[in-house]
Design a protein around this ligand. Structure first.
Ligand code: PEP
Ligand code: MN
Length: 277
């Protein structure tokens, strides 16, 4: 497969808001859905205080049931952008359809394509025609090859694509999805795009996120994403998988020495240790 994204010299550094996502280890965190100014502020204050620079929050929510909370739409985007700005962070939010690309693109720093839309080719093509980076989530039943080819649709017009592994459907019931860490290793060999691992939607449970976060650091992933809430029981979506703010803060602190170790090892490693496929 002649991947556009694997061409030599292509996309040497995806920089957004002064952050180079191809270098270092980045944390994307925030609530599943934007619910209120207070909720966003509570999350952002703790996250920013612990060095998190990318705030997430859904304003257009792809829900399995049409009777579930669908998001605050434009008002949600405003709350997210305002909160991120106030705390010196950049923002990421999902865009669900071609009609809202302009609105989302003018409101937030990074546009997320959800798992359910990974092969919405008209949306992907449209995102190639706007300038903001796109965080593309892997479809829940998609192969790595299909994932990379979906990224190609955006890359034909916009070289700023971030790949996000978020788990695939499996027979397991104790986790929400099956986190494919082999797929993450493969994605990093097959493309030059930053790879971020969504630990909330892949596991569906906050208790095992800290050890998986360490695995992502060791694996060489460019970052992780997870959901937080100041009061998960009152969350309007995905409360079961949200980390409490204290737990998130402790995890971020505990992760710091692992990230430092990786950076030290990377500085001393020879480039030949990581050949491209
Ligand atoms: C999300 O990140 O808000 C989300 C809905 O995730 P996914 O598309 O991976 O299910
Ligand atoms: Mn969610």
């Amino acid at each position: 497969m002649a991947l556009y994204s694997a061409r030599k010299g292509f996309n040497v550094g995806l920089t957004v808001g002064g952050i180079n996502l191809n270098r270092g280890f980045h944390i994307v965190a925030g609530p599943c859905s934007v619910e209120s100014a207070e909720q966003m502020d509570a999350a952002a204050a703790v996250l920013a205080d612990h060095g998190v620079r990318i705030l997430r929050g859904g304003a257009f929510k792809p829900r399995t049931s049409p009777y579930s909370f669908q998001g605050l739409a434009e008002r949600g985007l405003e709350l997210l952008a305002r909160t991120a700005h106030r705390h010196g962070m950049i923002s990421v939010s999902e865009v669900m359809d071609t009609e809202s690309v302009e609105l989302v693109s003018s409101s937030v720093d990074i546009l997320q394509v959800g798992a359910r839309n990974m092969q919405n080719f008209s949306l992907l093509r449209r995102l190639g025609k706007q300038p903001k980076p796109v965080l593309l989530k892997r479809g829940m039943s998609s192969t790595i090859e299909e994932f990379l080819l979906a990224a190609e649709y955006v890359l034909q017009g916009n070289d700023k694509v971030i790949l996000c592994e978020r788990g695939v459907r499996s027979f397991e019931t104790l986790t929400r999805n099956m986190l494919d860490l082999a797929g993450v290793a493969l994605l990093r060999r097959m493309s030059h795009l930053p790879v971020v691992v969504d630990l909330s939607h892949s596991t569906g449970r906050p208790d095992i996120i800290p050890e998986l976060a360490r695995a992502c650091v060791a694996l060489g992933a460019e970052g992780i994403m997870f959901e937080v809430h100041h009061d998960p029981q009152s969350a309007l979506s995905d409360g079961d998988q949200a980390m409490l703010l204290d737990a998130a803060a402790a995890m971020i602190d505990d992760l710091a020495p692992w990230i430092e170790l990786r950076e030290r090892l990377e500085r001393s490693a020879s480039p030949a240790a990581h050949p491209a496929v």
